[in-house]
Design a protein. Structure first.
Length: 381
């Protein structure tokens, strides 16, 4: 951590350097300051950026003029200096022995890998003439990425076990880091949503209806109520009288498609029979013919539930939701001896034909199903 005095000194030094030194000496001085630990990470990044900008400029020129060899020496020099900064930074991190280094180590290897990808845009003969040697970083990338993912996931889990709302917010930050590394890591989605629910100072709702059907906004009102009831019961968090947007999330309900099926009727005819016994001897078999009518109507509603970080405007979690609302009814009539009918058939004989629900009612039912499913997702722990 840099003190304010150190930051002022660094800023002043950089100002003097820019004013009185050539670009090559500026780059060298920044590099030495990075190695000595005298500049913040931002300045460190700027040091490599200047080399990378120069590499990109030369690569673009060679792409325009593939036979050009004039800039190959300068390309190799900038490539080597930029790589030295990143490699030395990685070594210093590894030598620190700290457990929280792996994200920065991974970023360092990514810079090295991406720099090589830029070089590979020029012809192979140009690379050979430049003397630039490519390095396979795949093992280092995979290893540091996994270790960074595991570290920040474990830290997020630990913070989320705390009773403090502030720790849930810190857990959210850690889980976002994990998502940037491996979005499918373990049960990350569930823990991320829990951190949001527990840490949020406010939850807003939006409904995007893309179905072309008239759907009531009571869906989002219902979700708002169950969320604040849950936060109060589970975490003792009351809905603020005055809106607190310091850690606010938008739950965006998107309804994409609503399909309402036609009224369906299916006719079935089957025979049932029962043996009549006298002692252990079958003395007769009675039969009946059952005519069963089945009524069916379905509505399928699909969409997404999105968690939007209001501070950044980014969707941090998306859950597809698909629900089916089903109307079904069955009734039957019988010919023959009713004593031959089984229990299920006797229940069907008591039933009657029912009116099919209207399309409007099917929409209401499907919306309620969707709301219930979204609520399960939000409150699941």
């Amino acid at each position: 951590m840099f003190s304010m005095q150190m930051e002022i000194k660094v800023s002043f030094l950089c100002h003097i350097t820019l004013k009185n030194f050539s670009m090559s000496r500026i780059k060298y001085l920044l590099m030495m300051m990075c190695f000595a630990g005298l500049v913040p990470l931002l300045v460190f990044s700027q040091a490599t950026k200047s080399y990378d900008d120069e590499i990109s400029r030369i690569v673009n020129r060679i792409q325009q003029y593939p036979d050009r060899t004039k800039d190959l020496g300068q390309l190799k020099e900038n490539f080597g200096l930029a790589n030295k900064i990143d490699n030395d930074h990685i070594v210093s991190l590894l030598q620190s022995g700290q457990p929280d280094i792996w994200l920065e180590v991974y970023k360092g290897y990514m810079r090295l890998e991406n720099r090589q990808l830029v070089i590979l845009k020029i012809p192979e003969k140009s690379i050979q003439l430049s003397g630039i040697q490519m390095v396979d970083y795949q093992y280092e990338l995979k290893d540091s990425r996994y270790k960074a993912t595991a570290y920040h996931y474990a830290l997020g889990e630990k913070l989320l076990k705390s009773d403090k709302q502030e720790d849930a917010r810190l857990a959210y930050v850690e889980f976002i880091k994990v998502a940037s590394l491996n979005s499918s890591f373990k049960d990350l989605d569930k823990l991320l949503r829990k951190a949001i629910l527990k840490g949020a100072t406010n939850m807003e709702f939006e409904l995007y209806n893309r179905t072309g059907k008239n759907i009531s906004a009571t869906l989002v009102n219902h979700l708002s109520v169950i969320i604040w009831d849950f936060k109060k019961a589970k975490y003792g968090q009351e809905k603020p009288v005055v809106t607190d947007d310091s850690f606010t999330f938008i739950l965006r309900v998107i309804l994409d498609d609503l399909l309402i099926g036609a009224d369906q009727v299916k006719q079935l005819e089957y025979q049932e029979e029962r043996d009549i016994y006298s002692g252990n001897q079958v003395i007769d078999t009675i039969k009946c013919l059952v005519n069963e009518t089945r009524q069916l109507k379905k509505a399928l509603l699909s969409g997404n539930l999105e968690y939007v970080d209001k501070q950044t405007g980014k969707v941090v979690n998306r859950i597809p939701i698909k629900v089916e609302s089903v109307f079904s009814n069955a009734y039957a009539s019988l010919q023959g001896n009713p004593d031959a009918a089984g229990e299920a058939t006797r229940e069907l004989l008591k039933a009657k034909k029912a009116p099919y629900p209207s399309n409007e009612q099917m929409i209401i039912d499907a919306t309620e199903e969707f709301s219930g499913k979204a609520g399960e997702v939000i409150l699941s722990e």
